[in-house]
Write a protein that binds this ligand. Sequence first.
Ligand code: 5GP
Length: 211
Amino acid sequence: MPINYKKTGKMVIISSPSGGGKTSICRRLLNPARKKQGWRFSVSFTTREARTGEKNGREYFFVSDQEFDRLQKQGSFAESFKVHLYKYGTPREPIEKVRKEGGVMVFDVDVEGARRLHQEYPDAIAIFILPPSIAALKDRLKKRGTETNEQLAVRYENARIEMKTFRDYNFDYVVVNQELNEAVKQVLAIVEAHGCRIENVDEEQLRRITG
Ligand code: 5GP
């Protein structure tokens, strides 16, 4: 067990174009062992319908347009955005809880959501996941088989733009997801190293060591 001299409550923002592999990476990050250590997934609200296998409250909170707008007006979202054809919002309350009580909160958001979260919480770690190539991304999206041809066309186009422009969104790190295990390893290394940055250590605890 390493000596604890780090501030509690880390935020890890994972973003990538559709098919870039961020959802698989998030799933691996949130394995039972890490959940025990206080890792949590930020469950967003969305107006899109649940896909087969998705469970309300696990992948997303699936809500109506009216409910989403009500929550938004109430200020319940740290950021919200219309991605593709639907609305998505990151709830604020669980973030505040993790920041206060400790743990690691993982966010799976689009590039705009990443930029906004990072802006509001500058100490968050923002990581952009790149597929090894556009061809690989197209292949993954097609194989997933969860979108209609029309939805696929929108996602290809967005992905192409996001891969070209991700430098404008204030990410701290980029990971190329050629092989899932390697990509997860790199993300974990980033999170570990980020916690050791001088500005992220808890001065009070450090002083107990240094006197
Ligand atoms: P999907 O519908 O495939 O689950 O997600 C579509 C896109 O919305 C993905 O890029 C996903 O990362 C993003 N997304 C999911 N939740 C949020 C959120 O709360 N805010 C933002 N900005 N994007 C989100």
